[in-house]
Design a protein around this ligand. Structure first.
Ligand code: SAT
Ligand code: MN
Length: 596
Protein backbone atom coordinates (compact mmCIF):
# COMPACT_ATOMS: atom_id res chain seq x y z
CA UNK A 1 0.00 0.00 0.00
CA UNK A 2 1.37 3.35 -1.03
CA UNK A 3 0.96 6.25 1.36
CA UNK A 4 3.35 9.02 2.29
CA UNK A 5 1.23 10.06 5.24
CA UNK A 6 4.02 10.23 7.84
CA UNK A 7 1.69 10.48 10.86
CA UNK A 8 -0.36 7.50 9.71
CA UNK A 9 2.72 5.38 9.05
CA UNK A 10 4.19 6.31 12.43
CA UNK A 11 0.95 5.43 14.23
CA UNK A 12 0.68 2.06 12.46
CA UNK A 13 4.31 1.30 13.42
CA UNK A 14 3.70 2.35 17.01
CA UNK A 15 0.62 0.13 17.36
CA UNK A 16 2.37 -2.80 15.66
CA UNK A 17 5.24 -2.48 18.15
CA UNK A 18 2.73 -2.63 21.02
CA UNK A 19 0.37 -5.34 19.74
CA UNK A 20 3.10 -7.43 18.05
CA UNK A 21 1.15 -8.97 15.16
CA UNK A 22 2.96 -11.49 12.94
CA UNK A 23 2.40 -9.15 9.99
CA UNK A 24 0.67 -5.95 8.93
CA UNK A 25 -1.67 -5.84 5.93
CA UNK A 26 -2.95 -2.62 4.32
CA UNK A 27 -6.48 -3.11 2.90
CA UNK A 28 -6.98 -1.81 -0.64
CA UNK A 29 -10.77 -2.27 -0.49
CA UNK A 30 -10.97 -4.37 -3.69
CA UNK A 31 -13.50 -7.09 -4.33
CA UNK A 32 -10.69 -9.63 -4.73
CA UNK A 33 -9.37 -8.72 -1.32
CA UNK A 34 -12.87 -9.08 0.17
CA UNK A 35 -13.14 -12.54 -1.34
CA UNK A 36 -9.73 -13.49 0.06
CA UNK A 37 -10.87 -12.39 3.50
CA UNK A 38 -14.02 -14.46 3.20
CA UNK A 39 -11.92 -17.46 2.18
CA UNK A 40 -9.66 -17.00 5.19
CA UNK A 41 -12.65 -17.05 7.55
CA UNK A 42 -14.33 -20.00 5.81
CA UNK A 43 -11.09 -22.06 5.76
CA UNK A 44 -10.50 -21.32 9.43
CA UNK A 45 -14.03 -22.48 10.30
CA UNK A 46 -15.19 -19.01 11.38
CA UNK A 47 -17.75 -18.59 8.60
CA UNK A 48 -20.26 -20.89 6.89
CA UNK A 49 -21.25 -20.24 3.25
CA UNK A 50 -25.03 -20.19 2.81
CA UNK A 51 -25.97 -22.42 -0.13
CA UNK A 52 -29.35 -20.75 -0.54
CA UNK A 53 -28.00 -17.19 -0.62
CA UNK A 54 -25.31 -16.31 -3.14
CA UNK A 55 -22.38 -14.49 -1.58
CA UNK A 56 -23.80 -14.84 1.94
CA UNK A 57 -22.00 -16.18 5.02
CA UNK A 58 -22.96 -17.00 8.58
CA UNK A 59 -20.86 -16.24 11.65
CA UNK A 60 -21.60 -17.31 15.23
CA UNK A 61 -20.23 -15.20 18.04
CA UNK A 62 -19.17 -16.26 21.50
CA UNK A 63 -22.19 -16.20 23.86
CA UNK A 64 -20.47 -13.50 25.95
CA UNK A 65 -20.11 -11.26 22.92
CA UNK A 66 -23.52 -10.59 21.40
CA UNK A 67 -24.21 -6.84 21.67
CA UNK A 68 -22.78 -3.47 22.52
CA UNK A 69 -21.29 -3.50 26.03
CA UNK A 70 -22.66 -0.25 27.45
CA UNK A 71 -21.18 -0.59 30.88
CA UNK A 72 -17.75 -1.19 29.32
CA UNK A 73 -18.05 1.88 27.05
CA UNK A 74 -15.93 4.80 28.28
CA UNK A 75 -15.66 8.47 27.43
CA UNK A 76 -12.14 9.27 28.60
CA UNK A 77 -12.19 13.04 28.26
CA UNK A 78 -9.49 14.90 30.16
CA UNK A 79 -12.05 16.27 32.63
CA UNK A 80 -14.79 14.10 34.11
CA UNK A 81 -17.39 16.87 33.81
CA UNK A 82 -16.93 16.86 30.03
CA UNK A 83 -18.13 13.25 29.86
CA UNK A 84 -21.17 14.13 31.95
CA UNK A 85 -23.49 12.11 34.15
CA UNK A 86 -24.73 9.69 31.49
CA UNK A 87 -21.31 8.30 30.53
CA UNK A 88 -18.73 6.06 32.17
CA UNK A 89 -15.55 8.03 32.68
CA UNK A 90 -11.98 6.94 33.42
CA UNK A 91 -9.03 9.32 33.46
CA UNK A 92 -7.43 8.97 30.00
CA UNK A 93 -3.90 8.54 31.37
CA UNK A 94 -5.05 5.72 33.66
CA UNK A 95 -7.20 4.10 30.97
CA UNK A 96 -4.36 4.17 28.43
CA UNK A 97 -2.02 2.56 30.96
CA UNK A 98 -4.54 -0.22 31.70
CA UNK A 99 -5.28 -0.79 28.04
CA UNK A 100 -1.63 -0.66 26.99
CA UNK A 101 -1.12 -3.65 29.24
CA UNK A 102 -4.01 -5.45 27.53
CA UNK A 103 -2.75 -4.51 24.08
CA UNK A 104 0.86 -5.54 24.67
CA UNK A 105 1.42 -8.65 22.53
CA UNK A 106 -2.35 -9.07 22.01
CA UNK A 107 -2.03 -9.66 18.25
CA UNK A 108 0.67 -12.34 18.43
CA UNK A 109 0.01 -15.07 15.88
CA UNK A 110 -2.35 -12.79 13.95
CA UNK A 111 -2.36 -10.32 11.08
CA UNK A 112 -2.99 -6.65 11.84
CA UNK A 113 -5.20 -5.17 9.14
CA UNK A 114 -5.02 -1.47 8.34
CA UNK A 115 -8.43 -0.25 7.11
CA UNK A 116 -8.55 3.33 5.81
CA UNK A 117 -12.27 4.22 5.67
CA UNK A 118 -14.49 7.14 4.80
CA UNK A 119 -17.66 7.90 6.72
CA UNK A 120 -19.79 9.39 3.97
CA UNK A 121 -19.19 9.46 0.21
CA UNK A 122 -15.44 9.64 -0.47
CA UNK A 123 -14.46 13.29 -0.83
CA UNK A 124 -17.81 14.81 0.30
CA UNK A 125 -17.35 18.03 2.30
CA UNK A 126 -19.50 16.45 5.03
CA UNK A 127 -17.51 13.16 5.11
CA UNK A 128 -14.70 12.27 7.51
CA UNK A 129 -11.89 9.73 7.39
CA UNK A 130 -10.87 7.12 9.92
CA UNK A 131 -8.30 4.34 9.97
CA UNK A 132 -9.12 1.16 11.86
CA UNK A 133 -6.35 -1.22 12.90
CA UNK A 134 -7.81 -4.61 13.75
CA UNK A 135 -6.79 -8.24 14.14
CA UNK A 136 -10.24 -9.47 13.07
CA UNK A 137 -10.92 -10.48 9.45
CA UNK A 138 -14.65 -10.44 10.38
CA UNK A 139 -14.25 -6.73 11.09
CA UNK A 140 -12.53 -6.15 7.73
CA UNK A 141 -15.37 -7.94 5.92
CA UNK A 142 -18.07 -5.98 7.76
CA UNK A 143 -16.25 -2.64 7.45
CA UNK A 144 -16.10 -3.09 3.67
CA UNK A 145 -19.91 -3.34 3.65
CA UNK A 146 -20.65 -0.68 6.26
CA UNK A 147 -18.15 1.98 5.10
CA UNK A 148 -16.09 2.90 2.03
CA UNK A 149 -12.60 1.46 2.54
CA UNK A 150 -9.24 1.20 0.84
CA UNK A 151 -6.95 3.00 -1.54
CA UNK A 152 -9.40 5.68 -2.70
CA UNK A 153 -9.67 6.80 0.91
CA UNK A 154 -5.87 7.02 1.25
CA UNK A 155 -5.83 9.16 -1.88
CA UNK A 156 -8.23 11.68 -0.32
CA UNK A 157 -6.27 11.56 2.94
CA UNK A 158 -3.13 12.63 1.06
CA UNK A 159 0.13 13.19 2.92
CA UNK A 160 -1.22 15.04 5.90
CA UNK A 161 -5.02 14.76 6.01
CA UNK A 162 -6.82 14.34 9.33
CA UNK A 163 -8.12 10.98 10.41
CA UNK A 164 -9.67 9.39 13.50
CA UNK A 165 -7.42 6.71 15.01
CA UNK A 166 -9.44 3.54 15.63
CA UNK A 167 -7.63 0.63 17.26
CA UNK A 168 -9.37 -2.71 17.75
CA UNK A 169 -8.27 -6.10 19.00
CA UNK A 170 -10.27 -9.17 19.88
CA UNK A 171 -7.74 -9.71 22.67
CA UNK A 172 -6.82 -13.31 21.90
CA UNK A 173 -3.19 -13.79 20.86
CA UNK A 174 -2.31 -17.17 19.38
CA UNK A 175 0.67 -19.24 20.50
CA UNK A 176 2.69 -20.89 17.67
CA UNK A 177 0.58 -23.71 16.25
CA UNK A 178 -2.47 -22.87 18.42
CA UNK A 179 -5.78 -23.37 16.59
CA UNK A 180 -7.98 -20.27 16.50
CA UNK A 181 -11.39 -20.17 18.15
CA UNK A 182 -14.45 -19.76 15.94
CA UNK A 183 -15.09 -16.38 17.60
CA UNK A 184 -11.98 -15.13 19.39
CA UNK A 185 -12.68 -12.50 22.06
CA UNK A 186 -12.19 -11.86 25.79
CA UNK A 187 -15.10 -13.78 27.36
CA UNK A 188 -14.95 -11.90 30.68
CA UNK A 189 -17.16 -8.88 30.05
CA UNK A 190 -15.35 -6.85 32.70
CA UNK A 191 -12.13 -7.15 30.70
CA UNK A 192 -13.61 -5.63 27.53
CA UNK A 193 -13.09 -1.92 26.81
CA UNK A 194 -14.74 0.35 24.26
CA UNK A 195 -12.89 3.57 24.95
CA UNK A 196 -13.09 7.03 23.43
CA UNK A 197 -10.53 9.80 23.79
CA UNK A 198 -12.55 12.75 22.47
CA UNK A 199 -9.85 15.43 22.60
CA UNK A 200 -7.49 13.19 20.61
CA UNK A 201 -10.26 11.96 18.28
CA UNK A 202 -9.16 8.43 19.11
CA UNK A 203 -10.90 5.10 19.81
CA UNK A 204 -9.40 2.08 21.58
CA UNK A 205 -11.51 -1.07 21.62
CA UNK A 206 -10.40 -4.33 23.18
CA UNK A 207 -11.91 -7.76 23.86
CA UNK A 208 -15.11 -7.74 21.76
CA UNK A 209 -15.60 -8.59 18.10
CA UNK A 210 -19.30 -7.72 17.88
CA UNK A 211 -21.15 -4.91 16.12
CA UNK A 212 -20.64 -1.41 17.38
CA UNK A 213 -17.91 -2.60 19.76
CA UNK A 214 -15.71 -3.61 16.85
CA UNK A 215 -16.96 -1.91 13.68
CA UNK A 216 -15.56 1.35 14.95
CA UNK A 217 -16.87 3.56 12.15
CA UNK A 218 -20.43 3.18 13.39
CA UNK A 219 -21.35 4.24 16.93
CA UNK A 220 -17.81 4.93 18.20
CA UNK A 221 -16.78 7.26 15.38
CA UNK A 222 -19.95 8.38 13.55
CA UNK A 223 -21.78 9.22 16.79
CA UNK A 224 -19.48 9.57 19.82
CA UNK A 225 -16.34 11.09 18.27
CA UNK A 226 -18.19 12.83 15.40
CA UNK A 227 -20.59 14.24 18.02
CA UNK A 228 -17.67 16.06 19.62
CA UNK A 229 -16.42 17.22 16.20
CA UNK A 230 -19.94 18.39 15.34
CA UNK A 231 -20.19 20.36 18.59
CA UNK A 232 -16.83 22.05 17.89
CA UNK A 233 -17.56 22.68 14.20
CA UNK A 234 -21.27 23.62 14.35
CA UNK A 235 -23.09 20.67 12.81
CA UNK A 236 -25.07 17.60 13.95
CA UNK A 237 -24.02 13.92 14.19
CA UNK A 238 -27.21 12.07 15.03
CA UNK A 239 -28.63 8.60 15.65
CA UNK A 240 -31.19 9.05 12.87
CA UNK A 241 -32.53 7.35 9.77
CA UNK A 242 -32.97 9.43 6.61
CA UNK A 243 -35.88 8.75 4.27
CA UNK A 244 -37.26 10.35 1.13
CA UNK A 245 -41.02 10.57 0.82
CA UNK A 246 -42.59 11.41 -2.52
CA UNK A 247 -46.29 12.22 -2.94
CA UNK A 248 -48.42 11.47 -6.03
CA UNK A 249 -47.80 15.01 -7.33
CA UNK A 250 -44.07 14.15 -7.43
CA UNK A 251 -43.06 16.45 -4.58
CA UNK A 252 -40.33 14.92 -2.37
CA UNK A 253 -39.56 15.52 1.28
CA UNK A 254 -36.52 14.30 3.20
CA UNK A 255 -37.18 13.25 6.77
CA UNK A 256 -34.81 12.20 9.56
CA UNK A 257 -35.90 10.06 12.50
CA UNK A 258 -34.30 9.43 15.90
CA UNK A 259 -35.41 6.25 17.68
CA UNK A 260 -33.53 4.13 20.22
CA UNK A 261 -31.90 0.89 19.00
CA UNK A 262 -34.40 -1.83 18.07
CA UNK A 263 -37.41 0.52 17.75
CA UNK A 264 -37.85 -0.14 14.03
CA UNK A 265 -35.62 2.50 12.40
CA UNK A 266 -34.61 0.16 9.59
CA UNK A 267 -38.27 -0.75 8.98
CA UNK A 268 -39.32 2.91 8.88
CA UNK A 269 -36.46 3.84 6.55
CA UNK A 270 -37.64 1.19 4.02
CA UNK A 271 -41.37 1.49 4.59
CA UNK A 272 -43.92 0.67 1.91
CA UNK A 273 -46.61 3.39 2.06
CA UNK A 274 -50.22 2.22 2.13
CA UNK A 275 -51.46 4.98 -0.19
CA UNK A 276 -51.34 4.53 -3.95
CA UNK A 277 -48.91 6.89 -5.64
CA UNK A 278 -46.83 7.54 -2.53
CA UNK A 279 -43.24 6.35 -2.39
CA UNK A 280 -40.65 5.98 0.37
CA UNK A 281 -36.99 5.63 -0.52
CA UNK A 282 -34.08 5.07 1.81
CA UNK A 283 -31.09 7.35 2.31
CA UNK A 284 -29.92 5.83 5.61
CA UNK A 285 -31.24 3.64 8.42
CA UNK A 286 -29.14 4.53 11.48
CA UNK A 287 -26.98 7.65 11.37
CA UNK A 288 -27.32 11.15 9.88
CA UNK A 289 -24.68 13.86 9.68
CA UNK A 290 -26.25 17.25 9.05
CA UNK A 291 -24.62 20.49 8.02
CA UNK A 292 -26.02 23.84 6.93
CA UNK A 293 -26.02 24.51 3.20
CA UNK A 294 -25.45 27.98 1.72
CA UNK A 295 -29.25 28.39 1.63
CA UNK A 296 -29.53 28.05 5.43
CA UNK A 297 -31.15 24.61 5.31
CA UNK A 298 -29.78 21.51 7.02
CA UNK A 299 -28.42 18.91 4.58
CA UNK A 300 -27.92 15.31 5.69
CA UNK A 301 -25.67 12.52 4.52
CA UNK A 302 -25.71 8.89 5.59
CA UNK A 303 -22.11 8.32 6.71
CA UNK A 304 -22.51 4.54 6.26
CA UNK A 305 -22.76 2.40 3.14
CA UNK A 306 -24.49 -0.64 4.60
CA UNK A 307 -27.16 -1.77 7.03
CA UNK A 308 -26.35 -3.56 10.29
CA UNK A 309 -29.93 -4.56 11.03
CA UNK A 310 -31.62 -6.68 13.69
CA UNK A 311 -32.64 -9.96 12.05
CA UNK A 312 -35.33 -11.34 14.41
CA UNK A 313 -38.72 -9.88 13.46
CA UNK A 314 -37.57 -8.93 9.95
CA UNK A 315 -39.93 -10.56 7.43
CA UNK A 316 -41.65 -10.03 4.11
CA UNK A 317 -44.50 -8.39 5.99
CA UNK A 318 -42.53 -6.22 8.46
CA UNK A 319 -39.84 -5.15 5.97
CA UNK A 320 -39.94 -6.68 2.47
CA UNK A 321 -37.25 -4.28 1.22
CA UNK A 322 -34.79 -5.42 3.89
CA UNK A 323 -35.56 -9.05 2.99
CA UNK A 324 -34.75 -8.30 -0.65
CA UNK A 325 -31.59 -6.42 0.33
CA UNK A 326 -30.21 -9.44 2.22
CA UNK A 327 -30.90 -12.01 -0.47
CA UNK A 328 -27.27 -11.84 -1.64
CA UNK A 329 -23.79 -10.61 -0.60
CA UNK A 330 -24.67 -10.28 3.07
CA UNK A 331 -23.18 -11.39 6.36
CA UNK A 332 -25.39 -12.96 9.02
CA UNK A 333 -24.33 -13.14 12.65
CA UNK A 334 -26.03 -15.31 15.28
CA UNK A 335 -29.03 -16.47 13.25
CA UNK A 336 -30.22 -20.08 12.78
CA UNK A 337 -28.82 -22.22 9.93
CA UNK A 338 -31.31 -24.50 8.15
CA UNK A 339 -30.36 -27.96 6.89
CA UNK A 340 -30.58 -26.76 3.28
CA UNK A 341 -28.16 -23.90 3.87
CA UNK A 342 -30.42 -20.92 4.51
CA UNK A 343 -30.97 -18.61 7.46
CA UNK A 344 -33.93 -18.66 9.83
CA UNK A 345 -34.94 -16.53 12.80
CA UNK A 346 -37.90 -15.88 15.04
CA UNK A 347 -40.38 -13.67 13.17
CA UNK A 348 -38.93 -14.33 9.69
CA UNK A 349 -42.46 -15.15 8.54
CA UNK A 350 -41.91 -18.76 7.47
CA UNK A 351 -42.71 -21.76 9.69
CA UNK A 352 -39.87 -23.04 11.87
CA UNK A 353 -38.08 -25.91 10.13
CA UNK A 354 -38.22 -29.29 11.89
CA UNK A 355 -34.47 -29.03 12.51
CA UNK A 356 -31.74 -26.42 12.30
CA UNK A 357 -28.45 -25.39 13.89
CA UNK A 358 -29.02 -22.56 16.34
CA UNK A 359 -26.90 -19.44 16.86
CA UNK A 360 -24.71 -21.29 19.32
CA UNK A 361 -24.02 -24.11 16.88
CA UNK A 362 -26.30 -26.65 18.56
CA UNK A 363 -29.07 -28.82 17.11
CA UNK A 364 -32.38 -27.06 17.40
CA UNK A 365 -35.98 -28.21 17.04
CA UNK A 366 -39.12 -26.08 17.41
CA UNK A 367 -39.96 -27.70 20.76
CA UNK A 368 -36.51 -27.31 22.35
CA UNK A 369 -37.51 -24.23 24.32
CA UNK A 370 -34.65 -22.02 23.09
CA UNK A 371 -34.70 -19.36 20.37
CA UNK A 372 -32.91 -20.33 17.15
CA UNK A 373 -31.47 -16.84 16.66
CA UNK A 374 -30.08 -14.53 19.32
CA UNK A 375 -32.44 -11.58 19.96
CA UNK A 376 -29.68 -9.21 18.74
CA UNK A 377 -28.73 -11.35 15.73
CA UNK A 378 -27.78 -9.10 12.81
CA UNK A 379 -27.44 -8.89 9.07
CA UNK A 380 -24.78 -6.76 7.39
CA UNK A 381 -25.87 -5.79 3.89
CA UNK A 382 -24.73 -3.30 1.23
CA UNK A 383 -27.10 -0.31 1.10
CA UNK A 384 -26.77 -0.24 -2.69
CA UNK A 385 -28.66 -3.56 -2.81
CA UNK A 386 -31.77 -2.07 -1.22
CA UNK A 387 -34.53 -2.05 -3.87
CA UNK A 388 -35.79 1.32 -2.58
CA UNK A 389 -32.45 3.04 -2.08
CA UNK A 390 -32.85 6.70 -3.09
CA UNK A 391 -30.84 7.53 -6.24
CA UNK A 392 -29.26 10.49 -4.41
CA UNK A 393 -28.24 8.48 -1.32
CA UNK A 394 -24.55 9.07 -2.09
CA UNK A 395 -24.90 12.72 -3.14
CA UNK A 396 -21.87 14.40 -1.55
CA UNK A 397 -23.98 17.53 -0.94
CA UNK A 398 -26.49 15.60 1.17
CA UNK A 399 -30.27 15.99 1.07
CA UNK A 400 -32.24 18.96 2.53
CA UNK A 401 -34.18 17.90 5.63
CA UNK A 402 -37.78 19.11 6.08
CA UNK A 403 -38.77 17.21 9.21
CA UNK A 404 -37.21 15.34 12.11
CA UNK A 405 -39.14 12.59 13.85
CA UNK A 406 -38.26 11.61 17.38
CA UNK A 407 -39.82 8.83 19.42
CA UNK A 408 -39.45 5.86 21.69
CA UNK A 409 -41.52 2.98 22.95
CA UNK A 410 -44.25 4.35 25.25
CA UNK A 411 -47.40 2.35 25.95
CA UNK A 412 -49.20 5.33 27.52
CA UNK A 413 -49.19 9.14 27.65
CA UNK A 414 -47.33 10.08 24.47
CA UNK A 415 -49.72 10.59 21.53
CA UNK A 416 -49.29 9.09 18.07
CA UNK A 417 -47.89 12.37 16.75
CA UNK A 418 -47.33 15.91 18.06
CA UNK A 419 -45.80 18.78 16.11
CA UNK A 420 -43.42 21.01 18.03
CA UNK A 421 -44.41 24.66 18.48
CA UNK A 422 -40.91 25.95 17.69
CA UNK A 423 -37.32 24.73 17.32
CA UNK A 424 -36.77 25.26 21.05
CA UNK A 425 -39.92 23.35 21.91
CA UNK A 426 -38.77 20.61 19.53
CA UNK A 427 -35.42 20.36 21.29
CA UNK A 428 -37.35 20.18 24.57
CA UNK A 429 -39.37 17.24 23.20
CA UNK A 430 -36.12 15.61 22.07
CA UNK A 431 -34.71 16.05 25.57
CA UNK A 432 -37.66 14.27 27.24
CA UNK A 433 -38.06 11.34 24.87
CA UNK A 434 -37.50 7.89 26.22
CA UNK A 435 -38.60 4.27 26.23
CA UNK A 436 -40.05 1.90 28.73
CA UNK A 437 -37.34 -0.44 29.94
CA UNK A 438 -37.99 -4.00 28.77
CA UNK A 439 -36.76 -7.30 30.16
CA UNK A 440 -34.14 -7.35 27.38
CA UNK A 441 -32.37 -4.46 29.14
CA UNK A 442 -31.24 -6.69 32.02
CA UNK A 443 -31.95 -4.34 34.93
CA UNK A 444 -34.39 -4.25 37.82
CA UNK A 445 -36.11 -1.18 36.40
CA UNK A 446 -38.40 -2.95 33.92
CA UNK A 447 -41.41 -0.78 33.06
CA UNK A 448 -39.82 2.50 34.12
CA UNK A 449 -39.18 5.15 31.51
CA UNK A 450 -35.55 5.71 30.64
CA UNK A 451 -35.01 9.18 29.18
CA UNK A 452 -32.97 8.86 26.03
CA UNK A 453 -32.58 12.35 24.52
CA UNK A 454 -32.63 12.13 20.72
CA UNK A 455 -31.93 8.37 21.14
CA UNK A 456 -28.33 9.31 21.90
CA UNK A 457 -27.98 8.09 25.48
CA UNK A 458 -25.62 5.20 24.65
CA UNK A 459 -23.90 7.21 21.91
CA UNK A 460 -22.92 10.48 23.60
CA UNK A 461 -19.28 11.53 23.38
CA UNK A 462 -19.66 14.41 25.85
CA UNK A 463 -21.96 15.95 28.44
CA UNK A 464 -25.67 15.48 27.65
CA UNK A 465 -26.46 18.98 28.94
CA UNK A 466 -23.90 20.51 26.57
CA UNK A 467 -25.36 18.40 23.76
CA UNK A 468 -28.86 19.78 24.33
CA UNK A 469 -27.40 23.30 24.38
CA UNK A 470 -25.67 22.51 21.08
CA UNK A 471 -29.06 21.64 19.54
CA UNK A 472 -30.43 24.98 20.78
CA UNK A 473 -27.40 26.78 19.31
CA UNK A 474 -27.93 25.10 15.93
CA UNK A 475 -31.44 26.59 15.90
CA UNK A 476 -29.97 30.08 16.21
CA UNK A 477 -27.77 29.63 13.13
CA UNK A 478 -30.63 29.84 10.66
CA UNK A 479 -34.12 31.17 10.09
CA UNK A 480 -36.70 29.13 11.95
CA UNK A 481 -38.62 28.78 8.66
CA UNK A 482 -35.64 27.01 7.06
CA UNK A 483 -35.08 24.57 9.92
CA UNK A 484 -36.70 21.13 9.85
CA UNK A 485 -39.87 20.85 11.93
CA UNK A 486 -39.70 18.41 14.81
CA UNK A 487 -42.39 15.75 15.35
CA UNK A 488 -42.76 13.61 18.47
CA UNK A 489 -44.19 10.23 17.43
CA UNK A 490 -45.16 7.07 19.29
CA UNK A 491 -46.04 3.94 17.32
CA UNK A 492 -46.23 1.83 20.48
CA UNK A 493 -49.38 2.91 22.37
CA UNK A 494 -51.31 0.10 24.04
CA UNK A 495 -54.96 -0.04 25.09
CA UNK A 496 -56.42 -1.20 28.43
CA UNK A 497 -56.17 -4.83 27.23
CA UNK A 498 -52.46 -4.40 26.57
CA UNK A 499 -52.83 -4.56 22.77
CA UNK A 500 -51.10 -2.17 20.39
CA UNK A 501 -53.64 0.41 19.20
CA UNK A 502 -51.68 1.55 16.16
CA UNK A 503 -50.76 -1.06 13.51
CA UNK A 504 -47.33 0.50 12.81
CA UNK A 505 -44.99 -0.59 9.99
CA UNK A 506 -46.39 0.49 6.57
CA UNK A 507 -49.32 2.21 8.27
CA UNK A 508 -46.88 4.73 9.73
CA UNK A 509 -47.04 6.30 6.25
CA UNK A 510 -50.44 7.68 7.35
CA UNK A 511 -48.63 9.84 9.89
CA UNK A 512 -45.86 10.75 7.42
CA UNK A 513 -48.51 11.92 4.95
CA UNK A 514 -50.00 14.31 7.55
CA UNK A 515 -46.51 15.64 8.30
CA UNK A 516 -45.91 16.48 4.63
CA UNK A 517 -49.31 18.18 4.55
CA UNK A 518 -48.28 20.27 7.57
CA UNK A 519 -45.06 21.27 5.82
CA UNK A 520 -47.02 22.18 2.69
CA UNK A 521 -49.42 24.22 4.83
CA UNK A 522 -52.54 22.14 4.12
CA UNK A 523 -52.54 19.68 7.05
CA UNK A 524 -55.09 20.40 9.77
CA UNK A 525 -53.99 20.72 13.38
CA UNK A 526 -55.14 22.00 16.75
CA UNK A 527 -52.83 23.68 19.20
CA UNK A 528 -52.81 21.89 22.55
CA UNK A 529 -50.80 22.20 25.75
CA UNK A 530 -48.21 19.73 24.45
CA UNK A 531 -47.95 20.91 20.84
CA UNK A 532 -49.84 20.91 17.56
CA UNK A 533 -51.89 17.75 17.11
CA UNK A 534 -53.71 16.44 14.04
CA UNK A 535 -57.46 16.99 14.06
CA UNK A 536 -59.28 13.67 14.46
CA UNK A 537 -60.13 13.47 10.76
CA UNK A 538 -56.80 14.57 9.35
CA UNK A 539 -55.00 11.23 9.56
CA UNK A 540 -56.52 8.85 7.05
CA UNK A 541 -57.36 5.54 8.76
CA UNK A 542 -59.52 4.03 6.03
CA UNK A 543 -58.85 0.35 5.55
CA UNK A 544 -57.27 -0.15 8.98
CA UNK A 545 -58.65 -1.78 12.10
CA UNK A 546 -58.20 1.52 13.93
CA UNK A 547 -61.58 2.89 15.08
CA UNK A 548 -62.47 6.52 15.63
CA UNK A 549 -62.43 5.83 19.36
CA UNK A 550 -58.90 4.41 19.02
CA UNK A 551 -57.89 7.52 17.14
CA UNK A 552 -59.30 9.71 19.89
CA UNK A 553 -57.25 7.75 22.40
CA UNK A 554 -54.09 7.96 20.25
CA UNK A 555 -54.45 11.71 19.92
CA UNK A 556 -55.70 12.59 23.41
CA UNK A 557 -53.74 14.87 25.70
CA UNK A 558 -53.83 12.93 28.96
CA UNK A 559 -53.42 15.80 31.42
CA UNK A 560 -52.90 13.67 34.53
CA UNK A 561 -50.33 11.49 32.77
CA UNK A 562 -48.48 14.56 31.48
CA UNK A 563 -48.39 16.16 34.93
CA UNK A 564 -46.86 12.93 36.26
CA UNK A 565 -44.50 12.97 33.27
CA UNK A 566 -43.33 16.44 34.27
CA UNK A 567 -42.30 15.18 37.70
CA UNK A 568 -40.27 12.40 36.11
CA UNK A 569 -38.70 14.87 33.63
CA UNK A 570 -37.69 17.13 36.51
CA UNK A 571 -35.93 14.19 38.16
CA UNK A 572 -34.12 13.35 34.90
CA UNK A 573 -33.16 17.01 34.38
CA UNK A 574 -31.61 17.18 37.87
CA UNK A 575 -28.91 14.83 36.64
CA UNK A 576 -27.57 17.44 34.22
CA UNK A 577 -26.83 19.88 37.05
CA UNK A 578 -25.79 23.36 35.97
CA UNK A 579 -25.31 22.20 32.38
CA UNK A 580 -29.07 21.91 31.93
CA UNK A 581 -29.92 24.64 29.37
CA UNK A 582 -32.07 27.43 30.85
CA UNK A 583 -34.21 27.35 27.69
CA UNK A 584 -35.29 23.80 28.52
CA UNK A 585 -36.18 24.76 32.10
CA UNK A 586 -38.32 27.53 30.62
CA UNK A 587 -39.96 25.12 28.16
CA UNK A 588 -40.79 22.74 31.02
CA UNK A 589 -42.32 25.56 33.09
CA UNK A 590 -44.36 26.74 30.13
CA UNK A 591 -45.62 23.22 29.49
CA UNK A 592 -46.66 22.87 33.12
CA UNK A 593 -48.48 26.22 32.99
CA UNK A 594 -50.30 25.26 29.78
CA UNK A 595 -51.42 21.95 31.29
CA UNK A 596 -52.71 23.62 34.48
O1 SAT B 1 -24.01 -2.95 17.58
S1 SAT B 1 -24.47 -1.64 17.11
O2 SAT B 1 -24.14 -0.62 18.11
O3 SAT B 1 -23.84 -1.31 15.86
C1 SAT B 1 -26.16 -1.68 16.87
C2 SAT B 1 -26.94 -1.18 18.02
O4 SAT B 1 -26.90 -1.77 19.11
O5 SAT B 1 -27.63 -0.16 17.87
MN1 MN C 1 -28.59 2.39 15.98
Amino acid sequence: MKTNHAKLIAWVDEVAAMCQPDSVYWCDGSKAEYEDMIKITVDAGLATPLKKRPGCYLFRSHPSDVARAEKRTFIASKRKEDAGPTNNWIDPVELKATMTECYTGCMKGRVMYVIPFSMGPIGSPISKIGVELTDSPYVVINMRIMTRIGKDVLKVLGDDGEFVKCLHSVGKPLAPGEKDLSWPCVPDVDKKFISHFPEERMIWSYGSGYGGNALLGKKCFALRIAGVQARDEGWLAEHMLILKLTNPEGKSYYVCGAFPSACGKTNLAMLEPVFPGWKVQTVGDDIAWMKFGADGRLYAINPESGFFGVAPGTSMSSNPNAMKTIATNSIFTNVGLTDDGDVWWEGIGTPAPAHLIDWQGNDWTPDCGRPAAHANARFTAPAAQCPVIAPEWEDPAGVPISAILIGGRRKTSIPLVTESLSWEHGVFLGSIMGSEITTADITDKVGQVRRDPFAQLPFMGYHMGDYLQHWLNIGKKSDESKLPRIYFVNWFRKNAEGKFIWPGFGDNSRVLKWITERIAGTGKAVKTAIGNMPTLDSIDISGTSVSEADMAELLAVDKEAWLAEIESIKAAYLEYGDKLPATLVRELKELEARLK
